[in-house]
Write a protein that binds this ligand. Sequence first.
Ligand code: CTP
Length: 423
Amino acid sequence: MATSPRADTIAQGGDGPAPSGECIILGVTGGIAAYKAVGVCRRLVSAGFHVVPVMTATATRFLGEATLSALASEPVRKSLFEGAGPIVHTTLGRRADLVLVVPATARFIACYANGIADGLLLSTVLATRAPVVVCPAMHTEMWEHPALRHNLELLVERGVLVVPPEEGPLAGGDQGAGRLASPENILDGVTRALRRRELDLSGLRVLVSAGGTREPIDPVRVITNRSSGKQGHALAVAAAERGAEVVLVTAASLPGPTGASVVRVETAAQMEQAVLERAAGCDVVVMAAAVADFRPKVTASSKISKSEGTPELVLEPTPDILAELSRRRGNGQVLVGFAAETGDVAVRAKAKLQAKAVDLMVANDVSAPGAGFDCDTNAVTITGADGSVVEVPLASKREVADAVLDSVVALLRRDNPLPRSTK
Ligand code: CTP
C-alpha cells in the first residue's frame, strides 16, 4: 500500500512539519509512565501534528500539567466542564483525526472496554469516530491479569490499535513485562492507525467466514476444532474500517463486530449455504473459517446414553466450500483461503493454493508459539497464485488482517485500477 507523506514524516522521526496539521488528541492517564507522554508529544508536534493534550485527574499527580501545556499545541484539558463550549467531549472527538492514549492504565482500559464515560478522556474516546491508539503500561501482574486481557481483546475486536508494552525495568525496582512501548513503537502505531483510514476497500463487497464449525453427534455433543474465530472477526473489522461493505458468516461465539452484517451459523452445511448464497455479489471472499472436514453421517435425535454402549461414529466428508467458490467465481472476484498447518507449512500452503485455485493462501503454523488457535497474535505467510510471498512476523490478529487486505488490494489494483461491485 502506498505510504502517505504523513506516515513518512513520522517514520523519519518528525523531521520538519508535515503540511496538513492533522489533530491528535493525546490522552494521558495516571501511571508512572505519564512523564514519557511528553517525549511522544514533542515528536508529534515536530512531525506537524496539532496536538491537544487531555489529562485525567490522576495523571496530574504524575506529570506537571504546565509541562505538557507548554509543549503541546494547546493547553491541557482535564474536565468536561471547562472551556471549548458546553459539549467538550464531542467537540474534541469530532476534531480528532486520531486519539492516542499514552500511557493507558488498567482502569482506563477497563472503563473504555465497558463504555464507562467517566471523565473527559473516556467520554472523548467513546464519542469519537477517529482511530484510537492505546499504549498500556502497568506492572506485570496487572498486565497478565485475565480481566485486563479480556478488556483489551474487546477493544482490539472493535478496531482499537493496541501498542503492547515491552519487557524491562518497572517502577519500584521491578523488572518484567508492562513497561510502556518505546516512542518509536508508539509513533509506528500512530502511522499504522492513520493508514487504516485510507478507505482502499471503499465501494467493494467483502465476505469473510470465521470460526470453527460444530457438527452435531446428538443434541448435546458435537465434533469441532480449536478455532476461536478471532482472525476472521479481525478481518471483518479491518475490511469495514477500510470502507468495504462486509458480511461476516461466523461460527464463533464472539460478539458481532460493528460495521459488518453478521450471519451466525453452526455447521459446515449452514456455512456453505450462507456463504454460497452471498458470495456471487462480492468482490472479495476470505475463507478464514476452520470448516470441519468430516461430520457424523447420522445425527442422533436424542442424547446417546452410556447404557446403550459405546457408539461407533461413522463420518462423512463435508462440502469443500472454498473449492466450490472457486468453481463458481465470476470475473475479478478475489478468493482468499486460510491454511492452519503443522509441519512443512509453506509447501502444504502452496499445494492447497493450487488445489483450490484461489488467489491468496494465508498459512500459519499453529504449533508455533503465539500463532496457534485462540491466541491474540498470529504469524503468517501469504502466498499468491502469482508466486508472491509475504511473510508477516508475529503480530496482533488485527495487524495480520490488515496485511492480508493489503495483499487483496494489491491484487485488485493490478487487475483493475478501479474495481467496484455491481450492486
Ligand atoms: N475449507 C472449506 N471447506 C471445507 C474445508 C476447508 O471452505 N470443508 C476452506 C477453509 O476455510 C480454508 C481452506 O479451505 O480457507 C483450507 O482449509 P484446511 O482445513 O486447511 O484444508 P483442507 O482443504 O480441509 O485440507 P486438510 O484438512 O486435509 O489440510
